[in-house]
Every structure is written in structure tokens, then in C-alpha cells.
Design a binder for this molecule. Structure first.
Ligand code: NAI
Ligand SMILES: CCCCCC(=O)/C=C/C=C\C/C=C\C/C=C\CCCC(=O)O
Length: 265
């Protein structure tokens, strides 16, 4: 899909990756409504982006996406501003190993709610225009990570949910594409986290693997949006290897029930 002239709803756009994605989309001619729980930063970002791209192409709406009503209201605001939403990016996320309920509510719960809101609005078999749903997971959704088991679980949930919907027998009728983004560590406020187990593991990990810029990862999101035939995509983004699609197969090893998930590139 070409972002030019398309309408976008994005969560967690006040800073970090969310803001980076909003900026790329605006530079490609899309209109964006983003929400965030950080109202002050959201307003400041809106004002800066309106100055650069125009007052009628980017809007901020305050919302905590762990709250059902606020999340629905924010999505509804995008629909009423643009009439239609073509691209939905469920990006808002936190990392806090002391509060697993909150992590699951935002990283998994809000991704599920946001996806279902977008599907209902976009699906062509119920009068919508089709579209793309991009769910932001992490490399942690593909691996195990003793430093942050709850965060890791929330990101595995995003990948399982998104790829399962992508495999829906009704997908062609819905005309909605489902994609997961799985970045490695990138330079945002999340990386300043202190609330993980074994913080020394993080230091070691970053020494070995480096840290990506937001812009590199936001470019990968444009690839997800633009590639037409990637329903069910899991796009891994790392500093050393760049953006690569994981090819996921479910292999039936014994013809009965010994199913194994195998990823290749
Ligand atoms: N920074 C990293 O190394 C990586 C981050 N990610 C994922 O990227 C996504 C974006 O994270 P970053 O930009 O790094 O973090 P960030 O902390 O810089 O930005 C996250 C934004 O989400 C907002 N947010 C948090 N909770 C919210 C809620 N309940 N409702 C609405 N907005 C909320 C925050 O206010 C903030 O503006 C997250 O899903 C994160 O898990 C994935 C891989 C690596
Ligand atoms: C595997 C780390 C990349 C996960 C990227 C992400 O989604 C958010 C990162 C934010 C902060 C980092 C927090 C925890 C990671 C800590 C240690 C990683 C050790 C993993 C390992 O050695 O295998």
C-alpha cells in the first residue's frame, strides 16, 4: 500500500518509535491521528509536526490504551476526522517487570483491542475498504529473555495473535493484512529501563549487538506497509542484519499432533 493520501491511526506516538513512524508516514503524504497517555508530550509533538507538515494532516488525541473506553474513543476520533482508517499501527508499549498486569494490559491487551477495532472498521466483507494492521512486537517476542519474562510473554502474545488472524480462512474477504514488527534494541526512552532482572545482561547484550536508530526501524515499518504480499509477515530488524522477513512454517512432525514452528529467513 502506498501511504500517500492514506489515513493512519497509531498508538503511543508522542515519542520514540511511534513518533518516528508518524514522521515517516507524514513525509510520504499520509494523514495521521496518534494517541498517547503522555498528554504534554503528545501536544508538543503534535504542534511540532503540524508546523512541519501542516495543521490538517496530523492530530493528537490523549488516551490510555489500557482503558477500553479511551482506546475506542481515540480510534473513533480518527474515523470521524478521516472517515476511514487504512493503516492501524498498535505501537504503544512499556517494559516494567514489577507490574506484569500493566505490561500485559498495554503490550498485549491493547494490541488485541486495537486490532479488533481496526478489523471491524476495515473489513471489506462488512462494507470497509480493507487495510493494514501493524502490530509492534520485539525480537523478545521471538526469543527467550530472562531479564524481562513478562515483557517477553507480552510480545510472544502479539506475534501469536497477529499471525493467527493472518491465517484466518476469511482473510481474503476481509482484505486486511496483518503484520508484526520485531525490532532489536533501539535508541528510545525504553532502553533507559531499570525495572528488569539482571540489568548487567542488558549492558552485555547492547555491547554485543549495538543499538539501532528509530529512523532505521521506522523505515522497516514503511516496508511492511508498502509490500503488498506480506500478510502474516514477521519482520525482524537488527543492527547487523537489517530488516529480514522470518518465514514461519508449522511443521507436523509425526502426522498426528507433534506440531513444531520453524522459522527461516
Ligand atoms: N526501544 C526498544 O529497544 C524496543 C522497543 N520495542 C517496542 O516498540 C514500541 C515503542 O516503544 P519505544 O518507542 O521504544 O518506547 P518509548 O517509551 O520511547 O515510547 C512509547 C510511547 O508509548 C506511550 N504509552 C505507553 N503506555 C501507553 C498507554 N497505556 N496508552 C497510550 N500510550 C502509551 C508512551 O507514553 C510513549 O510515548 C513498544 O511496543 C516497545 O515494546 C520493540 C523492540 C525494541
Ligand atoms: C533482547 C533485547 C532486545 C529487546 C528489545 C526490546 O523490545 C526492548 C528493549 C528495552 C530494554 C532492554 C531490556 C531488556 C533486555 C535485557 C537483556 C537482554 C539479554 C538477552 C540475552 O542476552 O539473550
Amino acid at each position: 500500500m502506498d501511504p500517500q493520501g492514506k489515513s493512519v491511526f497509531l498508538t503511543g506516538g508522542a515519542q520514540g518509535l511511534g513518533r518516528g513512524i508518524v514522521e515517516k508516514l507524514l513525509s510520504l503524504g499520509a494523514k495521521v491521528l496518534f494517541c498517547d497517555v503522555d498528554v504534554e508530550r503528545g501536544k508538543a509533538t503534535e504542534s511540532e509536526l503540524q508546523t512541519q507538515y501542516g495543521a490538517d494532516v496530523v492530530f493528537f488525541h490523549p488516551a490510555d490504551v489500557s482503558d477500553d473506553e479511551q482506546h475506542k474513543a481515540a480510534f473513533g476520533m480518527a474515523v470521524s476526522k478521516f472517515e476511514t482508517v487504512d493503516i492501524c499501527v498498535n505501537n504503544a508499549g512499556i517494559l516494567n517487570e514489577s507490574n506484569w498486569e500493566k505490561v500485559m494490559a498495554i503490550n498485549a491487551g491493547a494490541v488485541i483491542r486495537g486490532s479488533l477495532l481496526a478489523l471491524e472498521h476495515m473489513r471489506r466483507d462488512r462494507g470497509g475498504r480493507g487495510g493494514v494492521i501493524i502490530n509492534v512486537a520485539s525480537i523478545a517476542g521471538l526469543n527467550v529473555n530472562p531479564a524481562c519474562p513478562t515483557y517477553c510473554a507480552s510480545k510472544h502474545a502479539v506475534i501469536g495473535f497477529t499471525t493467527s488472524w493472518a491465517m484466518s480462512p476469511g482473510q481474503k474477504d476481509h482484505a486486511v493484512r496483518w503484520c508484526c514488527l520485531c525490532p532489536d534494541a533501539m535508541e528510545t526512552s525504553m532502553l533507559k529501563v531499570t525495572d528488569i532482572h539482571y540489568p548487567e545482561m542488558l549492558e552485555e547484550y547492547l555491547k554485543d549487538n549495538g543499538v539501532m536508530s528509530v529512523s532505521q526501524v521506522a523505515d522497516a515499518v514503511m516496508k511492511l506497509i508498502q509490500d503488498p504480499d506480506n500478510n502474516g509477515a514477521i519482520l525482524e530488524v537488527t543492527l547487523k542484519k537489517g530488516a529480514r522477513y522470518r518465514r514461519r512454517q508449522v511443521v507436523d512432525r509425526d502426522g498426528v499432533n507433534d506440531l513444531v514452528i520453524m522459522d527461516t529467513y
